[in-house]
Each structure stands twice: as C-alpha cells, then as structure tokens.
Write a protein that binds this ligand. Structure first.
Ligand SMILES: [Fe+2]
Length: 183
C-alpha cells in the first residue's frame, strides 16, 4: 500500500473515531443522572471533538476522499466505541468514565501516528494541527485522571442514597456541595 493511500485510510479511521466520540460525549452531556462535573467536561470536550472531526474531514477532502467513504467509516467507529464500553464495570456512569479514559488515550495514539505519517509525506501543516489536537486530547485525559476518584465517589454516594433513605439528606447535601465546589 502506498504511503498516501495508507495515510487516507488512517484519516478515515480517525474521522470515524471522532464522530463516534461526538455521539458518546453528547449523550453524556445530556444525561441528567450523570455526575454534573462529568457532564460539564463532556460538553467542553464535545466542542473540541467536533472541531477535530472537521479538521480531519477537511484534510480528507483536500486529498480527494469521497463523502460516501466517510459515512461507511462512521458506522465502524460507533461499533468500536460500543465494544470498548462493553468490557467495563456494571455502573453505567463509572463505565462511561472508564471508557472515556480508554478513548482519550487511543485518540492520542492515533493522532500521534497520523502526525508522524503526515511529516513523512511532507504535509507539515496537518502535522502541526495533529500536535494541537494531541494537546487537547492529553488535556482531556489528564482531566479524567485527576477527577476520576471524585466522580467515582459521587456515583457510589448516589447509589447509597438510593439504597438507604436514612442517609439521603446528608449525602444529598454533600453531593450538591461537590457540584458547586468544582464549577
Ligand atoms: Fe478526545
């Protein structure tokens, strides 16, 4: 396979990956039962992800890739994201959090590979753009790593609230406190 053909193949996969992440992040942003801290960050990173998909689509367009091939790769991207989520824990919010961690690190690896390939092909502007995307993906991965304990704890508190009416009032106050302290 010629280097540029392979590069286009990777770009299509990256586009599918980012479009699939858009769907997941939008669902997390709109999930009223998810921890508010997580919802707000999902909304922020959704904007980054939409921009990343548009950048990759523009590069594909410049290289002559067709729109129909983009639609085909989207279906594969969604299936891959669903598959990643299937192997995590039972609580759906914690599961979403763990899947997000895995996805962000996978995105970092994909855009790093794309940057290397772009440099070898002389596509220096796209290589620079990949560097910017990688920085944003790393920022999201770092945010997830930093906030994971707090979000998991909030999920467990919520679960206990549902199980134990006696603890409901105190834990509800703690949950609201967490919600406002981190905004
Ligand atoms: Fe991302």
């Amino acid at each position: 396979m010629k280097a540029q053909t392979e590069f286009i193949h990777w770009l299509r996969s990256a586009y599918a990956m980012e479009k699939a992440r858009e769907l997941v992040l939008a669902r997390q942003r709109d999930d009223e039962k998810a921890p508010p801290l997580f919802r707000q960050q999902a909304a922020r990173h959704l904007l980054d992800t939409q921009r990343h998909a548009a950048i990759v689509a523009a590069c594909l367009h410049d290289l002559g890739a067709s729109a129909s091939s983009l639609r085909n790769t989207l279906a594969r991207g969604v299936a891959r994201m669903k598959n990643a989520a299937r192997h995590t824990t039972g609580d759906r919010h914690i599961s979403a959090l763990l899947s997000a961690c895995a996805s962000e690190h996978f995105e970092i690896a994909c855009f790093s590979a794309l940057r290397t390939c772009a440099q070898r092909l002389g596509l220096s502007q796209f290589a620079l753009t990949c560097g910017e995307i990688i920085r944003e993906e790393k920022r999201m991965a770092a945010w997830l790593e930093q906030h994971l304990p707090k979000i998991v704890s909030a999920c467990l508190d919520l679960r206990e609230m549902e199980k134990s009416p006696a603890k409901k009032a105190r834990q509800f106050i703690d949950f609201i406190h967490l919600r406002h302290r981190d905004y």
